[in-house]
Design a protein. Structure first.
Length: 248
């Protein structure tokens, strides 16, 4: 099932966006209600993680003998991931044209993880997608995975899949919560880390799919995973200039 923003003409005739209506019916209201100034809807957000369990998510590990409950737990509004073995939790539904926000922190040492955008194809490590990096010190980088691409990915070497963030790391000290905002609008992706625009991808070769969070080597925690629609009139139609690189 595909979960797309904006939505179908049938519901437009009724004055109600179908996907948004369904989201409100299937998830509790979010706590974050501030007016949005970035082109997203001011509607109540769709709560991707309900704070209690993994309803609406698939927990994937390539080794089927490993119990996902030993890797991911949900309690008191927080997802806790052990980081081992490698795998990911992803939404059951597919999404497009949205603003995704979530918080993450490293409860112990820093490590590696990422947010997988526009996941398509088979579940594997790692699936076809564009990764918004969470590796400590590198949050804001992009990585292309399994053949995805975009304008700003111009590698010096054929196997270089990374597009560095624009500015030096603005992550908070280990143990503190960071916030990531990802705006997927048409074939453009913008990534903000703690309020700073760190990367832009334009003319992406994928523009819809599942959303995933990686288990990749170190304990990590997530909370407040929310989604807002980007209305059709605010979709990106031209490539925006990426933020200037500072050489970091």
């Amino acid at each position: 099932m595909r979960y797309v923003f904006p939505v179908l003409m049938l519901c437009a005739l009724a004055g109600v966006p179908a996907a948004w209506s369904a989201a409100e019916d299937s998830a509790p209201a979010g706590k974050e209600t501030a007016v949005q100034t970035d082109g997203t809807s001011e509607a109540t957000p769709y709560v991707l993680f309900n704070g209690e369990d993994f309803e609406g998510w698939k927990l994937f590990l390539p080794d089927e003998t490993v119990d996902p409950a030993t890797v991911w737990t949900a309690k008191d509004g927080v997802v806790r991931c052990s980081g081992s073995p490698a795998g990911y939790m992803r939404t059951v539904k597919k999404f497009s044209n949205y603003k995704l926000t979530f918080e993450w922190r490293w409860p112990e040492k820093g490590g590696n993880s990422g947010c997988l955008l526009h996941i398509n194809g088979e579940d594997k490590v790692w699936p076809r997608s564009i990764e918004s990096q969470l590796h400590s010190g590198d949050a804001g980088d992009f990585w292309v995975i399994d053949g995805t691409d975009f304008n700003e990915h111009k590698p010096n070497k054929p196997d270089d899949r990374r597009v560095p963030k624009a500015s030096a790391s603005n992550e908070k000290p280990l143990g503190e919560w960071n916030k990531k905002e990802v705006i997927c609008s048409g074939n453009t992706i913008k990534v903000f880390v703690n309020g700073l625009l760190q990367n832009v991808a334009t003319e992406t070769t994928v523009n819809e799919g599942h959303i995933g969070l990686q288990s990749e080597g170190a304990p990590i925690e997530f909370r407040n995973i929310l989604l807002w629609p980007v209305p059709e009139e605010n979709l990106e139609t031209k490539a925006d200039a990426a933020p200037a690189q500072d050489g970091s």
